[in-house]
Design a protein around this ligand. Structure first.
Ligand SMILES: O=P(O)(O)OC[C@H]1O[C@H](O)[C@H](O)[C@@H](O)[C@@H]1O
Length: 495
């Protein structure tokens, strides 16, 4: 093969392997250098997260391409009892110094245990196998400084999309009420603090820790950074975005039960005063913390509170707000976002990355099809098809007429599968950007309005003797179907 050639592998085998690999490697418990247990979560696409039982602190979150998304200081001290400078320390039952306890409460400095038998959560809170349930209960010493019996259950969960989700359940197992504050003190890794803006906090009131928690109102613009910031924004909406212009990626923070948002960057002078933080590292981090701070949460005896935080990352799009949801009329395709979109939509698509291109194949095939398209040949055919969608549609119709079984297998069934899975993704998320081969658009649009029997679709029927794999490979329609799929790559390259 030559650089630029494509391999496309469409078949049921891919799904079975994915499932098996996911079960085998999703959760692994290891020890760090100090002998502290840590849990590695992996999803089949290569995303991972690492959680230490010290503090229940997430120390790493990597997207499928392996890039680290959380900041950890080069001067971080990985030695209990102190929390590591980076990742996601959990501030509980106090935030900052708003109370009699040590700064940010004790939870981040305690050893958590793995909760082998947690009370069930909603099925949406674990769509794959890559999750771990942790538990913190107060020790005798904790009860002396904070006399409230509680169970703090934390599920850390890496979704099949590679998003990092933290679900906290705090239960009062005492006989009198108590109140607490909580914050997921998330250190995001950024290119440069001067290249970043935060959206979703405009016009909100905030308490400024740099001015004795005086209350101010944020102006209409997105937040940018030119000096030290230490604030708690009050009553924010449930989605906040951090745009990193230089690295061309955007973090989305989705939260439930966490009305406030802490924003912290120590800037130059304060950085020098923090022992476990590099002098210049303030440039590469920004803390944006889903939190409940201003109005502490009160639990009566036996009551439980649940808070959720979900972090996702996408390559930056030009618009600041995600496109409107639950529609397939709009498609956004850009080369830089192709592979990450594959990971965002991986429930709906299998993706194979070849020569830095992502190819999306979905649904079942009646036969395993693997073929190679030499670059010149591919380019010539694409050129031939380049004069418009109509010609592609005509070719697809020809394929349908000449080889209906092949058309059904590699076009129609995939259209049904993509339409149905995209629809289910669209029901769960505010916005969905789908990248699909152009040849699949009419079919997806057709099935969008029709019920698709997904179980039937996923059952492998007996192979039809009329069209063997050999015949498929020899068929004139084969090349056309190949081009229809490669067309998706071509479009992604062109735009
Ligand atoms: O150094 P730490 O205890 O981890 O706290 C780090 C920072 O956390 C929060 O963002 C507080 O608002 C800041 O005032 C504090 O400096």
């Amino acid at each position: 093969m030559e650089p630029g050639d494509c391999i496309i592998d469409g078949g049921n085998e891919w799904y079975e392997n994915t499932e098996r690999r996911m079960q085998e490697t999703a959760v692994e418990v290891t020890k760090d250098r100090n002998g502290t247990d840590q849990v590695l979560l992996r999803n089949p696409r290569g995303a991972s997260a690492r959680v230490s039982l010290h503090g229940g602190q997430v120390l790493s979150w990597r997207a499928d391409r392996g890039e680290e998304l959380l900041f950890t200081s080069s001067k971080a001290v990985f030695k209990p009892p102190y929390a590591v400078r980076g990742g996601i320390p959990i501030c509980f039952p106090q935030f900052g110094q708003r109370g009699s306890l040590e700064q940010h409460g004790f939870a981040r400095n305690r050893t958590w245990i793995i909760d082998e038998n947690p009370p069930p959560l909603h099925p949406n809170d674990s769509d794959g196998k890559a999750y771990i349930d942790l538990l913190l209960k107060p020790s005798e010493d904790d009860l002396k400084i904070w006399p409230h019996s509680f169970e703090f259950r934390l599920r850390v969960y890496l979704t099949t999309d590679g998003n990092l989700s933290l679900i906290s359940r705090i239960r009062n197992i005492n006989c009198k009420p108590f109140s607490f504050s909580i914050a997921y003190h998330t250190y995001f890794s950024i290119s440069d603090i001067s290249e970043v803006r935060v959206e979703g906090l405009e016009t909100l009131d905030y308490l400024d820790n740099l001015c004795q928690r005086e209350r101010f109102t944020e102006q209409g613009d997105a937040l940018t950074f030119e000096s030290e910031v230490d604030r708690v924004y009050l009553g924010s909406r449930d989605v906040i975005a951090i745009f990193d212009h230089e690295r061309k990626r955007t973090f989305f923070i989705r939260k439930e039960g966490l009305p406030d948002v802490g924003v912290w960057n120590p800037w130059e002078k304060k950085s020098k005063a923090i022992a476990d933080f590099g002098d210049e590292e303030y440039k590469q981090m920004l803390c944006v913390n889903g939190a409940a701070v201003e109005k502490p949460i009160t639990l009566k005896p036996g009551e439980e509170w649940t808070g959720r935080l979900e972090l996702s990352v996408v390559p930056s799009m030009h618009q600041s707000t995600p496109p409107p949801s639950k529609t397939i009329d709009q498609y956004v395709v850009a080369p830089c976002i192709a592979s990450t979109l594959a990971s965002k939509l991986k429930n709906s698509f299998s993706s194979i990355v070849c020569n830095n291109q992502s190819v999306y194949i979905s649904g079942k095939s009646r036969a395993l099809i693997m073929y190679f398209l030499p670059r010149n040949w591919c380019e010539a055919m694409l050129k031939d098809l380049d004069d418009g969608h109509d010609k592609l549609t005509r070719k697809m119709q020809e394929l349908n007429e000449e080889c209906p079984t092949l058309f059904e297998t590699i076009v129609d069934e995939r259209d049904q599968y993509m339409s149905s899975t995209l629809l289910s993704v669209a029901r769960k998320h505010n916005s969905v950007v789908a990248v699909v081969g152009r040849g699949h658009l009419p079919g997806i649009q057709k099935y969008w309005k029709q019920p698709v029997s997904i179980n039937e679709l996923m059952t492998i029927p007996p192979q039809k003797p009329a069209l063997s794999t050999g015949k498929i490979l020899a068929s004139p329609g084969f090349a056309i179907a190949g081009v229809a799929i490669v067309w998706g790559i071509y479009l992604a390259n062109k735009i």
